[in-house]
Design a protein around this ligand. Structure first.
Ligand SMILES: [Zn+2]
Length: 165
């Protein structure tokens, strides 16, 4: 990941209440779930604010992703935008806090964590995607009930056995 995500914050931390806007575009590599992969640069619009307990980072990030429709398997390319609000601290406080190291924050983990959550699970090319072969395998029709289903021919042999007894 890009070194643009390594942000010096020592000045900010010296003056609680001070803040800084950060607007960057970075390339991320290999960021994907089983259903979608980030594709192209990630846009970050962040607000860094020095607070008593450390640094609060809020804002949003936007990225393009590419995946396959779970019904028709067509490639989908869309964008996702995700709001975030995270804490950075000098000492590990809890699992929710990222670390400030040597007066710098590395936003890489935050960006990755946030994007993985934002990527869609089982994406569809459109809400009413009809699937790969709508005539043969209609996706949007209700299930055929058991009574309407043609009887399995194998049962006929069993019926014949029964009547023969
Ligand atoms: Zn589809």
């Amino acid at each position: 990941m890009s070194s643009q995500l390594l942000v010096p914050v020592a000045e900010l931390l010296r003056r609680p209440g001070s803040h800084r806007e950060l607007s960057i575009q970075v390339e991320v590599d290999g960021l994907a779930t089983s259903d979608a992969a980030v594709h192209g640069p990630v846009d970050l619009q962040l607000h860094l604010e020095s607070v008593v307990s450390g640094l609060e980072v809020s804002g949003s990030l936007a990225a393009g992703w590419r995946g396959s429709c779970r019904r028709c398997l067509e490639t989908i390319e869309q964008t996702v935008q995700q709001e975030l609000r995270e804490m950075f601290g000098s000492a590990p406080a809890d699992d929710e806090t990222y670390l400030i190291t040597d007066g710098e924050v590395d936003l890489t983990s935050m960006v990755r964590d946030c994007l993985v959550l934002a990527l869609p699970i089982a994406p569809l090319c459109s809400e009413d995607c009809a699937g790969p072969a709508p005539d043969d395998y209609p996706m949007n029709k209700p299930e055929i009930s058991a009574e309407d289903r043609p009887r399995d021919p194998r049962w006929a042999a069993l019926d014949a056995l029964r009547t023969g007894q």
